[in-house]
Design a protein around this ligand. Structure first.
Ligand code: G3P
Length: 249
């Protein structure tokens, strides 16, 4: 950790029921969370209202996706305006599951990021390489291409957190080693320095995601360029998520 306030997001993905989410919210409300950390959870859309009305206001709400323009005749989509109306402050964009399962591309993701930022939502901008990219020595190329797509599209970097999530580490239990993650985070910061500005490079938080859990978070959090985490599976367990939030100390 080194840049700005430590940032920990819980991406609940497409998990949960009214009952399990009631329990998770109550565990989060009971947890002792380090106050000097930005903590955000991203419930499935249909539970955002329930979570917003029952969760401590020390934790902010993120959506897991948002539509690319103003709402209207877009069946099945959720607009940025609706997310703001319901109290969301953030949106996760460019997640690997949306890139690789749903088929969203860099251009579309960049447009979504620009729209959300222009309307005042914070963006958790995800990037990350596939295993085959890493094995072919293309990790930096792939991550820089994805980062450039955001850089080309966004109006400002004030409200962006970059989430580096190597696809081979997501949901696999195969976490990147602290050195592997630090190496990419440092390269991303360097890319920002060369291609955006010194200021953006030094103030933009770069968080790591991919099999983060209560056991491996402390070592990762010690790395200079790891400014927080985006947590999937382990964010569904309140006490473990709290351990990850508190790993910065
Ligand atoms: O967005 C968080 C995520 O993709 C990581 O998931 O389950 O490996 O922590 P997980």
């Amino acid at each position: 950790a080194g840049t700005g306030k430590f940032f920990v997001g819980g991406n609940w993905k497409c998990n949960g029921t009214k009952e399990s989410i009631t329990k998770l919210v109550s565990d989060l409300n009971d947890a002792k969370l380090e106050s000097d950390v930005d903590v955000v959870v991203a419930p499935p859309f249909v539970y955002i209202d329930q979570v917003k009305s029952s969760l401590t206001d020390k934790i902010e709400i993120s959506a897991q996706n948002s539509w690319v323009s103003k709402g209207g005749a877009f069946t099945g989509e959720i607009s940025v305006e609706q997310l703001k109306d319901i109290g969301a402050k953030w949106v996760i964009l460019g997640h690997s599951e949306r890139r690789h399962v749903i088929g969203e591309d860099d251009l579309f993701i960049g447009k979504k990021a620009a729209y959300a930022l222009n309307e005042g939502l914070g963006v958790i901008a995800c990037i990350g390489e596939l295993l085959e990219d890493r094995e072919a020595g293309k990790t930096f190329d792939v991550c820089f291409t994805q980062l450039k797509a955001y850089a080309d599209a966004v109006p400002s970097w004030d409200n962006i957190v970059i989430a580096y999530e190597p696809v081979w580490a997501i949901g696999t239990g195969k976490v990147a080693s602290p050195q592997q993650a630090q190496e990419v985070h440092a390269a991303l910061r360097d890319w920002l320095k060369k291609n955006v500005s010194d200021e953006v490079a030094s103030k933009t938080r770069i968080i790591y995601g991919g099999s983060v859990n209560g056991g491996n978070c402390a070592e990762l959090a010690k790395q200079e360029d790891i400014d927080g985490f985006l947590v999937g599976g382990a964010s569904l367990k309140g006490p473990e998520f709290a351990t990850i939030v508190n790993s910065v100390t």
